[in-house]
Write a protein that binds this ligand. Structure first.
Ligand SMILES: [Zn+2]
Length: 625
């Protein structure tokens, strides 16, 4: 009887099989991708069982996120998934890799070789024939569905059909924008995700990657939204469960080893977090077998899983091999990065150049807006534009570009309306009194025209030029601080004035680098030192230091350095950059500080200052009539 049932099941597969059960029953590994050719055994990689079960149609889970090192068998997890669905739960399936070349390679070397060995798929997925468009390297059709392999770098692959199964492998190599143009088509991951919408609860999404740079890592961002599971294994001595960690020199637990002068590992073990006893690698298989995932947020619907190379099954990557690689780093930053990413499956903190905002608060000095230090020779203003406010910074400049913050504030109101600009005029045109009684006026101001209120900024700057410069930022490192202006069209009283305003492009990333270096200076007398008055809110300092530089690698391996936001608001930083660039435009870089007498300099600048000409925007009705 049992025999007959089993026989029947062999012919007609049990529809409730999980991917794990299916893999143990049907999966065969072959080709380059296979670490162990032959029948698949889930017991070899027990940490893949739970994610595979969540991907099974019997689970309600729609999204699985895996942060992984290299060489732990995750490639086969994705292949098990697509092969199982082709056999039992057919539907349209899209397998995305960072580039088309990688997609082709995956299909050719990691999927196709196994197919020939698997009877259940051999019959439904036909071998590639030259004239059959349903069976190519990038597309394989089977009854009720298909696999499409594509590259995240190809915008065309994102349009068209909806998909039920979506696999995004090597997610950290996906570019933020597709189509090359900044802000062009948005985040490619979201675009792929949209294509699964029509399948509602029946969809399954798998996101896998080795992590890369902290705060830039796509997989880390996705993992943070998930249940954040980590595979815990029991100590053979005390039974205490723990996530295996590298630990490091000063850590009481984790990997511990000794080596000789030639960096040959003499002894290695894992020290238990709970009992402190040594665990030998020979215990690993048993520990893996008895492990389970501990989820930090068990109620979250997106299921997240994390493991590192210390979990690699015996015979794959050993602890000594990992330790040898660690010794080989020898202060090489790039090697360390590779180790942290591919072995520990952690993101690498680039450190960047972000100044510490708490450190800055401690250098506040006892002066304020009504008693500007007498070292200040002239003042400039920078204004950042948002849809509902203007953020302005006024800064005084002295010998060797030392500077003192004079004012920081937000003017609320939609820049498309006049009210907020009237307040701005008050700041722009008033006199600022120095401690010695001299009156200072803003000699140069820069206003951001980026964002959604460009024309309003154009109109404001047009009547106040040349003292007020209309600017836009260009975030390319190495770009000059202030570039030659270009003429832009401005709408004026219902008419278009061709070339009616001069637009200056600022090298904002260049300015950020320069200013951030200055914020780290400790000697108050040093050139370029930034001074702050006491009484500023933490918000000011936090916004000023809201970005940091990170380096990521393009798919061709070129390093790309860029600034990223680490806090939600960064308006102060922008306004400070504009105030600095306004000073540069006023000729600060060419001032002969050594020769100039402070007071004489102020008088001269003040005399040269053009009185703002009052030129009202003509009433719209005059053009109508
Ligand atoms: Zn223990």
């Amino acid at each position: 009887m049992i025999y007959i049932q089993a026989f029947k099941r062999g012919l007609k597969p049990d529809p409730a099989l999980t991917i794990t059960e299916w893999s143990d029953k049907y999966r065969y590994l072959a080709g380059e991708g296979a670490a162990e050719p032959g029948r698949y055994r889930s017991s070899r990689v027990p940490y893949l069982i739970e994610p595979m079960n969540e991907l099974s149609p019997s689970s309600d889970t729609q999204e699985v996120v895996i942060i992984k090192p290299t060489q732990v068998g995750c490639t086969e997890l994705a292949n098990n998934f697509i092969m199982c669905i082709a056999h039992l739960y057919p539907g349209p399936c899209l397998f995305v890799l960072p580039t088309v070349d990688m997609a082709e390679d995956h299909s050719k070397t990691k999927v196709t070789p196994s197919l020939e060995h698997m009877i259940c798929l051999k019959d439904i997925i036909k071998p590639i024939r030259s004239k059959d468009s349903n069976n190519t390297i990038l597309r394989k059709a089977f009854p009720g569905g298909s696999w499409t392999f594509c590259g995240a770098n190809s915008p065309t692959s994102m349009r068209s059909k909806s998909i039920r199964y979506l696999i995004m492998d090597d997610l950290d190599e996906f570019k933020k924008d597709v189509g090359g143009k900044e802000g062009g088509q948005g985040y490619s991951i979201d675009l792929f995700m949209k294509r699964t919408d029509s399948y509602g609860r029946k969809k399954k999404v798998l996101k896998i990657s080795t992590p890369t740079v902290k705060e830039l890592s796509n997989i880390e961002i996705e993992y943070k939204k998930s249940s954040q599971g980590k595979y815990h294994v029991p100590c053979p001595h005390c039974g205490g469960f723990q996530y295996l960690e590298w630990g490091g020199k000063d850590c009481k637990y984790g990997i511990k080893f000794t080596h000789n002068e030639d960096k040959v590992i003499l002894d290695i073990c894992y020290v238990c977090k709970h009992c402190g006893k040594r665990i030998d690698e020979s215990e690993k298989s048993k520990m893996l077998e008895n492990g389970h995932y501990v989820h930090k947020y068990p109620d979250r619907k997106i299921r997240g899983f994390k493991i590192n190379s210390l979990y690699s099954p015996s015979g794959w990557v050993s602890w000594s091999q990992i330790a040898t690689e660690f010794l080989d780093i020898n202060k090489d930053r790039e090697k360390l990065k590779v180790f942290v990413n591919t072995r520990l499956a952690e993101t690498f903190d680039e450190g960047g150049d972000q100044p510490d905002w708490v450190f800055l608060t401690k250098r506040a000095e006892p002066y304020d807006m009504i008693s500007i230090p007498s070292e200040v020779r002239f003042i400039t203003m920078g204004t950042d534009t948002q849809d509902d406010r203007l953020i302005s910074v006024i800064r005084g400049w002295g010998k060797y570009e030392q500077s003192w913050l004079v004012y920081w504030g937000e003017l609320f109101g939609d820049p498309d309306q006049d009210e907020v600009w009237q307040q701005h005029d008050k700041l722009l045109n008033r006199a600022y009194e120095r401690a010695d009684g001299a009156k200072l006026y803003i000699i140069s101001a820069a206003i951001d025209s980026g964002g959604h209120r460009t024309q309003a900024v154009y109109r404001y700057c047009r009547t106040r030029a040349p003292r007020v410069m209309c600017i836009k930022g260009a975030s390319t490192l190495g770009k000059p601080l202030v570039n030659r202006p270009t003429a832009q069209d401005v709408t004026w009283g219902g008419q278009l004035i061709k070339g009616g305003v001069q637009l200056w492009t600022l090298g904002t990333d260049t300015a950020k680098s320069l200013i951030y270096n200055r914020l780290k200076q400790e000697d108050k007398q040093s050139a370029g030192y930034y001074h702050f008055p006491i009484g500023l809110t933490d918000e000011y300092y936090m916004q000023f230091t809201a970005e940091k530089m990170v380096t990521r690698y393009s798919s061709k391996g070129f390093p790309i350095s860029e600034y990223i936001k680490t806090r939600h608001r960064n308006d102060v930083l922008d306004a400070e950059i504009y105030a600095y660039c306004a000073a540069i435009r006023a000729g600060m870089a060419f001032m002969d500080w050594a020769k100039e007498d402070i007071n004489k300099n102020i008088v001269n600048l003040d005399k040269n200052r053009k009185k703002p000409v009052k030129r009202e925007e003509p009433a719209r009705s005059s053009f109508m009539s």
